[in-house]
Write a protein that binds this ligand. Sequence first.
Ligand SMILES: [Zn+2]
Length: 76
Amino acid sequence: MIEVNLSFFLTAYLLLILAIFFFTWVHIEGRKRFRSLDQQEGYLWQCPICAFIYLDPEEDKLSRCPRCQSFNKRPA
Ligand SMILES: [Zn+2]
């Protein structure tokens, strides 16, 4: 018979449940955020350096990230 340490089992079980809740929450929040930005899709930028997502309706080829100040080029 396989012996399973009870405290190890409980810890693993709790971590698994927490992970499921966390990923569900991240998934729902991410979808909400993108849905609200969908209407201005042309202005939506994601910085390749710090992954910050922001709106810049004034620039269409080169935009400056407000968080890390790096220049971002619009992918073709
Ligand atoms: Zn950035």
